[in-house]
Design a protein around this ligand. Structure first.
Ligand code: NAD
Length: 478
């Protein structure tokens, strides 16, 4: 097939069966035709990673460093073009697409540095004349399964540490965003990737992903996606006795107290609930507002939402791009209808929009008078939909914030050191933000959550070593 973007298996670009990758801002625009791997091709990729493992796990740190640094350099040099590709296939605005591409480069750069700082310890034994070395070794073949909402950054924050610590990789991106995944694999190959060290298998979760779960040759799986699929990943890993790391859904609370700076609170709430079309695991979907500031806050949020431009992701001036695809749009609209039926008040938006080109455009939807018991407050919608829940005071706000099956990110807007400190200590979440949006994190520090949001050790920063290595304790008698 001409123009087919193929899978990378054992250093060869392979595949004949392809599917079109559509632009959600304009479904007449085909971003490209991308291969869909079969289960057999997925198994070939796993074998290639297994065959490459002995060589790569013993490779020198300078070789790994150079591979990752060159990858970081090329991504950065091509940030505008790659950011455009990202926005064209995923639908976040061009500024967001370029920002995410820069982030991917920073992550490769960070782990290029980590290659030169591999940790280890030498400690005395409790017995005389014995020395102990504590070292970290790679885990083996790592399966990387990623979602569509951060098609550059999430693959980067899994691939870079996997390779830095000497693992080989089978990488399966989400079906909706093969373009960024293909670009990353091409760049790695140009940067000197040895044959089989990273294999790209694009395709369906039920084929390619399932083949990875079923294979006894995959030693660890790092997964980001929905809670439902995450549970299947976990079950397969228990069966095959392998390591796993799951980053899943969120229903992140953002608390606004009476003493909050109104502008700060409104900006943080609007940006983390609605930017990137609300399609972020760290989005604030429950905005918990104290009664003294409630009405002023809602009025200001509605005014801010009125000024936002929802349009083609690539158009200058667009603040919010389209929803990623038709089925996600349907899900968002169903939840908006459900919210009305449940008795919440739709204070703003929620309508599908027509633009110049056929795309999946949706006005941001803000519900007020919601309770924390409603399904729109409990289930992850994963779109530009947020509920405002009115509370009496800080104590009630904290209780509502923690009353959720999820625990990824939690935010608070307040001028009070006492409440900010108490919230940092008592919010049941992996990440806490004070006077900041719940979405938006640094790349050099741990990322992850609690409860149904995450399982396994943290991603990113030096904490990534925990998942991508295994510890060995060696005793030597002299
Ligand atoms: P998803 O669970 O539908 O898919 C995630 C990945 O799993 C995709 O690559 C998919 O093809 C694959 N998959 C599907 N079925 C599979 C199977 N049977 N075996 C193996 N793999 C399979 O999620 P999505 O719709 O792509 O992404 C949205 C979800 O991701 C949301 O729930 C969001 O909260 C979550 N997310 C979480 C984080 C985080 O860090 N916590 C970050 C981003 C997104």
């Amino acid at each position: 097939m001409t123009g087919l973007h193929r899978n990378l298996i054992a250093g060869e670009w392979l595949g004949s069966d392809g599917a079109p990758n559509l632009n959600p801002s304009n479904t007449n625009d085909v971003v490209g035709i991308y291969a869909r791997a079969s289960q057999k091709e997925a198994r070939d990729a796993i074998h290639a990673a297994r065959a490459a493992y002995p060589g790569w796990s013993r490779s020198g740190i300078l070789e790994r460093h150079t591979l990752l640094r060159k990858t970081a350099d090329e991504i950065l040099a091509r940030k505008d073009e790659l950011g455009r590709l990202l926005s064209r296939e995923e639908g976040k605005t061009l500024a967001e697409g370029i920002g995410e591409t820069v982030r991917a480069s920073q992550i490769f750069d960070f782990f290029a540095g980590e290659c030169l700082r591999l940790p280890g310890e030498i400690v005395p034994s409790v017995r005389s004349n014995i020395g102990i070395e504590i070292t970290r070794e790679p885990v083996g073949v790592v399966g990387i399964i990623t979602p569509w909402n951060f098609p550059m950054a999430i693959p980067a924050w899994k691939i870079a540490p996997a390779l830095a610590y000497g693992n080989t990789v089978v990488f399966k991106p989400a079906e909706l965003v093969p373009g960024c995944a293909h670009a990353i694999a091409e760049i790695l190959q140009r940067a000197g990737l040895p044959k089989g060290v990273l294999n790209l298998v694009m395709g369906k979760g039920s084929d390619v992903g399932q083949a990875m779960l079923d294979s006894p040759d995959v030693n660890a799986i790092t997964f980001t996606g929905s809670t439902g699929i995450g549970q299947r990943v976990a079950a397969s890993c228990v069966e095959h006795k392998r390591k796993y790391q799951l980053e899943m859904g969120g229903k992140n609370p953002f608390v606004v107290l009476d003493d909050a700076d109104l502008t700060t609170a409104v900006e943080a709430a609007v940006s983390s609930a609605f930017f990137s079309t609300g399609q972020r695991c760290t989005a604030s979907s429950r905005i918990i507002v104290a009664e003294g500031i409630h009405d002023r806050f809602v009025t200001a949020v509605v005014e801010r939402l009125n000024g936002l431009v929802i349009d083609d992701a690539l158009k200058p001036g667009t603040n919010i791009g389209p929803v990623v695809d038709e089925s996600q749009l349907r899900q968002d609209v169903e939840y908006i209808e459900l919210g009305k039926l449940e008795g919440a008040k739709l204070a703003f938006g929620g309508n599908k929009l027509q633009r110049e080109t056929p795309g999946f455009y949706l006005e941001p939807a803000l519900f007020t008078e919601a309770t924390n018991e409603m399904r729109i407050s409990r289930e992850e919608i994963f779109g530009p939909v947020a509920t405002v829940i009115r509370v009496k005071n800080y104590e009630e706000a904290l209780a509502v914030a923690n009353d959720t099956p999820f625990g990824l990110s939690a935010g608070i807007a307040t001028a009070s050191l006492k409440y900010a400190t108490h919230f940092k200590r008592n919010a049941e979440a992996g990440m806490v933000m004070v006077n900041l949006p719940t979405a938006g994190v640094d790349f050099h520090v741990p990322f992850g959550g609690r409860k149904s949001s995450s399982q396994g050790s943290r991603e990113q920063g030096t904490y990534a070593a925990e998942f991508f290595t295994t510890v060995k304790t060696s005793y030597t008698s002299s």
